[in-house]
Design a protein around this ligand. Structure first.
Ligand code: PFF
Length: 445
């Protein structure tokens, strides 16, 4: 195992894990579901979920990877025993990775398309109606979507082929600080706009009457997606971490940065929404159908538009890279196939699977499985089922199977109170949160 690549230092690892966590989930999904669920109350529950469910499972995942020093399946066998049934969590993670990346890359392609249009200055000469019709036009144009999906997957494959030191680490070192810088720039810019205080009020005032059961449960699910939990991503990244690292500190830092970015993105987007009297609950199209038409009305808008879509591209790329790393690390290690060949094979397969998501918006829009098109189906299966169940298994595995002694060794630098709290969070609190989510999905309550 000593030949296995490791991160050069803590900062590189933190940047990489943060790069995985921060993605379309923070910048596109968080603002829109916060908007749909009424703002402040949802945000509070989401923050509570990150702390009570997300952070404990994050530590548990890191622990399995760091102890196992191997991919998401073999690490279960190393920390438990060969053939352990708990490795099912790793297998579900492989499936989740393939499903998620197949549609994530398609959305990444839309972002690239909007970046390209921003660079051409296309939005600047258009009316609001034309701009708002852009996403619909792109949905109908499957060839154009295929092209951008191809470019996005090619970038992801290229970075993953280069491996931990040359690929993931180098890119994250460049991409993550750039992302922070651009977001802060946008944040400073929106403080000068009329809707700023309204956006702050919307996102941070707690109004319990706005709390719905659906909102609470959605917050649970999103805490998995946004922290990249439940499918072995954090486990795999943890396996490139040396044995000395203090895991809870890493988990809290990543969760903090991830949440900070989501909140900043939320403030930026809702300031724009309120400044121009738009609908906060507009849904998944929020950034695509509203922001460009708002950028054109602003001083320096063409630059802001370019910066914004570049930022989202960065965020989506670093997350996508971490998703592809999960099956690549497994196939490379398990079957001894070279990294380049494995990445090309799996990446190519995922690229082709992405066609099903692209066709969901045009030539195959009538094809429904369980009432869903392929795009929604892949999203629902992974976010609502595979990630929560995977996270629950990981939590139960460390909490009950590896048990108290593992927790004591993982948290040896921490006081007994912290260890007990952590132990019971992964034994009971986190799994219970997941059961609530599943029950809701099944219509039990
Ligand atoms: N956390 C990423 C985001 O918020 O966009 C998405 C993601 C990455 C989910 C990696 C799951 C994963 F394993």
């Amino acid at each position: 195992m000593s030949t296995r690549a490791h991160w050069t230092n803590r900062i590189a690892f933190i940047l990489a894990a943060t790069g995985s966590a921060i993605g379309l989930g923070n910048i596109w999904k968080f603002p829109y579901i916060a908007g749909v669920n009424g703002g402040g109350a949802f945000v509070m529950i989401y923050l509570a979920c990150i702390l009570a469910i997300g952070v404990p499972i994050f530590i548990a995942e890191l622990y399995i990877g760091q102890k196992g020093q191997a991919n998401a399946i073999t690490s279960f066998e190393i920390t438990d025993k060969k053939g352990t049934p708990w490795q099912i969590a790793g297998w579900m993670g492989m499936l989740a990775a393939i499903l998620i990346l197949s549609f994530y890359s398609v959305v990444g392609g839309w972002i690239l398309d909007f970046e390209y249009r921003s660079l051409l200055g296309e939005f600047m000469s258009q009316t609001d109606e034309q701009i708002q019709g852009t996403l619909g036009g792109l949905f109908a144009d499957w060839k154009r979507q295929m092209f951008w999906h191809f470019i996005f997957m090619t970038l992801v494959i290229g970075i993953v082929i280069a491996g931990v030191k040359n690929g993931l680490e180098r890119w994250n070192k460049i991409l993550m600080p750039a992302l922070f810088a651009i977001l802060i720039l946008l944040l400073v810019r929106v403080t000068m706009m009329d809707g700023f205080s309204q956006a702050i009020g919307f996102l941070f005032s707690f109004d319990a009457s706005k709390l719905t059961k659906a909102g609470v449960l959605e917050a649970v699910g999103h805490s998995f997606f946004t922290l990249s939990l439940g499918m072995g991503t954090i486990l795999t990244y943890g396996s490139y971490l040396s044995e000395r690292e203090r895991l809870p500190r890493v988990a809290v830092q990543v969760a903090f940065l991830d949440t900070l970015i989501a909140l900043i993105a939320g403030v930026v987007i809702f300031t724009v929404v309120f400044s121009f009297n738009l609908e906060p609950g507009a849904g998944p199209g929020l950034i695509f159908s509203t922001l460009p038409s708002l950028f054109v009305k602003m001083t320096g808008g063409s630059i802001l538009s370019i910066a914004f879509f570049l930022l989202v591209t960065f965020a989506a790329l670093t997350s996508a890279v971490s998703i592809l790393e999960v099956p690549v690390a497994f196939v490379c290690e398990k079957y001894g196939i070279g990294r380049k060949k494995t990445t090309l094979l799996i990446g190519g397969f995922i690229y082709l699977m992405g066609y099903l998501s692209i066709f969901s918006f045009n030539i195959m829009s009538d094809v429904k499985i369980l009432g869903l098109n392929f795009f929604d189906l892949f999203d629902k299966i992974s976010s609502n089922w595979l990630l929560p169940i995977g996270g629950m298994l990981i939590s139960l595995f460390v909490g009950w199977r590896l048990g108290k002694s593992a927790v004591d060794s993982a948290l040896s630098d921490y006081p007994p109170f912290a260890r007990t709290t952590f132990l019971w969070s992964i034994r009971v609190l986190a799994p219970l949160g997941v059961v609530l989510l599943m029950g809701h999905t099944l219509g039990w309550w």
